[in-house]
Unconditional design. Structure first.
Lengths: 473, 204
């Protein structure tokens, strides 16, 4: 028992949402439920089969993002070529209409990747509990909200009850301190954390990110960091809200206004871990020592500095690990010990809920401006939402990308998971700002290297994995 | 949900760590609006070659493991996305128990929603069991009430499981129905919340 110890931020949000306990499980209230086309049809079907209704349509927001094509969105769902995708999209449209749920359909400027849309609309707010049938829901933790992915049965549970049955997780604090070198940012922090703790290192924990290097991040950077929390095995990541958070939220469509804003703000300012709070585990990372990172293998923990090399299986003690490294090298088409910067890329993808916000596009555009994509490289930018796209176009970023030879596309998940027509051909190598380099993730046989938007931009120009520090202005 | 009490079945060994949900059920199978029929996509890239032909050496394609009801596998099984299609695909294929030394969180949780039993054994026990299942006899028995796994040679391993989850599995209980018995608590909680967090109401 930690009878008198202070509370962590996670403890505070948990306690504030505890409705009841039943046979050792907590019933936790859910403030915001985000839904999309892929993980909900079976949940709505389950509700119908049991004669149940959506308890709080007003606390539910729907988007179409995973399946949608990234061109011709204005033509509507009926024009989507893939028959199964079309059925799934139409099913979502029917389900939200039947249940009175707010929905930003494909082609609506407010539509986009669910984890870009929630924050952008001001729906995501500090201290909330937020769930979505998508594991990167951890993104919303950047606002000091307890946010995590759930499965479809749980989606049905939340629709029916506005609660979730949960066991409390343990507290892990990741402290990132120091000033990062130019060209190093939130994506590199996140990859450094996963490299440090491993893909299962966070299992059973909620992570709170702290330290001056985290405080110095913009909201976009914090979202990138929290987004990748799940790749370290932890369901949720948190950053305590501060002025950066409040400035981001002020004036957003669903943010509180007038007197309500002041009341909300006073409450949000209590959302931090008490100085005497006890964490079950702590990891410290020195930001000043982080180089731009890329993944070499098929797990997000397979990270190397861009100046490094693919490992040799012999460097590992356990036979299992040796076998898995050998398998990953073979899949990735890399030699043991090969410098990672020698790997030629065929495709560059800037997008996904990890890195498709306006700041990500600005950073990439800054590298690309006035330069050319290397011959033979297929490079694309997929903004995270219609609003991000519009903002970028207002700033002329689309022109910069287009002039350099990038394809400028309409918003959606796109090549992050290749459910729509944007995908890799077998053997193609991709510099990607997304979050998963699993075998076949971006297309069967496709080879994914995860990296920051700046690094992906540099790779597009070089035609191979390249050190962004050689391209800084 | 179908109750899980006891299972006597063939166990297929899959000695790989970090099998992610993209491998369990690749994205092209996620476009369904049904829960059924996903077995055709289970471990698709491992089971079938580029031409769509079964790979004869993949464990679930080998005749001696036909009808396997148990999968024995490595660390961190089910990492990656939250897709519940992963347990649905396993169940649709006939696998109702997965034994591993560890599981990813969301996958582990999703299993319990569907009557698929995830069993955590110690790494050396998993090794042991894996070794036995690679031999001539692959029949194991899993007893949830007793919390035991009996290997083909008769070794008995015990496993831990959360008591409330165990009870729900044994009885095949519907979590929504159970939570709805607390509806008055939810109503009361919402009413209090409206007072303490007025800016949240209404949200639009
Ligand atoms: S962008 Fe990728 S990771 Fe993010 S929600 Fe879409 S598919 Fe999932």
């Amino acid at each position: 028992m930690r009878a008198m110890a202070g509370k962590t931020l996670y403890d505070k949000i948990w306690d504030a949402h505890l409705v009841a306990e039943q046979d050792g499980e907590a019933i936790l209230y859910i403030d915001l439920h985000l839904i999309h086309e892929v993980t909900t049809p079976q949940a709505f079907a389950g509700l119908r089969a049991n004669g149940r209704k959506v308890r709080r349509p007003d606390r539910t927001l729907a988007v179409a993002d995973h399946n949608i094509p990234t061109e011709g969105q204005g033509l509507g769902v009926a024009a989507v070529a893939d028959e199964e995708a079309r059925l799934q999209l139409a099913t979502l449209e029917r389900n939200v209409a039947d249940n009175g749920i707010e929905f930003f359909p494909m082609g609506d400027v407010r539509n986009g990747i669910v984890h870009v849309v929630g924050p952008e609309q001001g729906r995501t707010q500090p201290g909330m509990t937020i769930v979505c049938g998508d594991s990167h829901t951890s993104t919303h933790g950047a606002f000091g909200a307890l946010a995590h992915g759930i499965g479809t049965s749980e989606v049905e549970h939340v629709l029916a009850t506005q609660t979730l049955r949960q066991k409390k997780a343990k507290n892990l604090r990741v402290v990132i301190e120091g000033t990062p070198a130019p060209g190093v940012g939130a994506k590199d922090f996140a990859l450094a954390v996963i490299g440090e703790i491993g893909t299962a290192g966070g299992t059973g924990y909620v992570i709170e990110y702290a330290g001056d290097a985290v405080r110095a991040l913009s909201m976009e950077g914090r979202m990138t960091l929290c987004n990748l929390t799940i790749e370290g095995g932890a369901r949720a990541g948190l950053v305590a809200p501060d002025e950066t958070t409040f400035d981001y939220l002020r004036g957003r469509p669903s943010a509180p206004k007038g007197g309500a804003w002041d009341i909300a703000l006073a409450s949000w300012k209590t959302l931090f871990s008490d100085p005497d709070a006890v964490f079950d585990r702590e990891v410290r990372i020195d930001a000043s020592t982080i180089a731009p990172l890329v993944t070499w293998g098929t797990s997000p923990e397979d990270v190397v500095p861009v100046t490094g090399a693919a490992p040799s299986p012999d460097a590992f003690a356990s036979p299992d690990k040796r076998a898995s490294v050998a398998r990953a090298l073979e899949y990735m088409g890399l030699e043991a010990g090969q410098p990672i910067a020698s790997a030629k890329v065929d495709v560059v993808f800037i997008g996904s809920c990890t890195n498709s916000r306006i700041e990500d596009l600005r950073v990439a555009a800054d590298i690309v401006r006035g330069r050319q994509v290397a011959p033979g490289v297929r490079a694309m930018v997929v903004p995270g939402s219609g609003l991000v796209k519009a903002q970028a176009e207002e700033e002329g970023l689309d022109e910069i990308f287009r002039a350099a030879g990038f394809d400028w596309r309409e918003p959606g998940c796109s090549m992050c998971l290749g459910m729509n027509p944007d995908r890799l051909a077998p053997g193609e190598r991709c510099a990607s700002t997304s979050n998963r380099n699993f075998e076949g993730r971006q297309g069967r046989g496709g080879r994914t290297h995860l990296m920051s938007p700046a690094m992906a931009a540099a790779a597009a120009l070089a035609g191979r994995i390249a050190d962004v520090r050689d391209y800084l202005r | 949900m179908k109750p899980f009490t006891r299972l006597d079945a063939r166990a297929a060994p899959l000695p790989l760590a970090n099998i992610d949900t993209d491998q369990i059920i690749p994205k092209q199978f996620l476009k369904t609006v049904e829960r059924e029929g996903l077995s055709r996509g289970l471990f698709y890239d491992l089971r079938f070659d580029d031409a769509g032909k079964p790979r004869p050496d993949f464990v679930l394609n080998r005749p001696e493991y036909a009808g396997a009801g148990v999968l024995v596998t490595g660390d961190n099984f089910g990492c990656g996305s939250s897709r519940e299609h992963a347990p649905w695909a396993l169940m649709d294929f006939g696998v109702t128990c997965v034994i591993a030394s560890s599981f990813a969180d969301i996958f582990y949780n999703n299993c319990f929603q569907n009557g698929l039993l995830p069993v955590v054994l110690k790494p050396d026990e998993v090794q042991d069991l894996m070794g036995e299942c690679q031999g001539g006899n692959h029949m194991v028995s899993v007893d949830l009430a007793a919390q035991t796994v009996t290997s083909p040679s008769g070794k008995v391993f015990t496993f831990e499981i959360d008591a409330s989850r165990k009870a729900k599995m044994l009885n095949g209980l519907d979590a929504i129905g159970e939570t709805l018995t607390a509806a008055p608590d939810i109503d009361a909680w919402e009413a209090r919340r409206t007072l303490t967090h007025p800016w949240l109401e209404p949200t639009r």
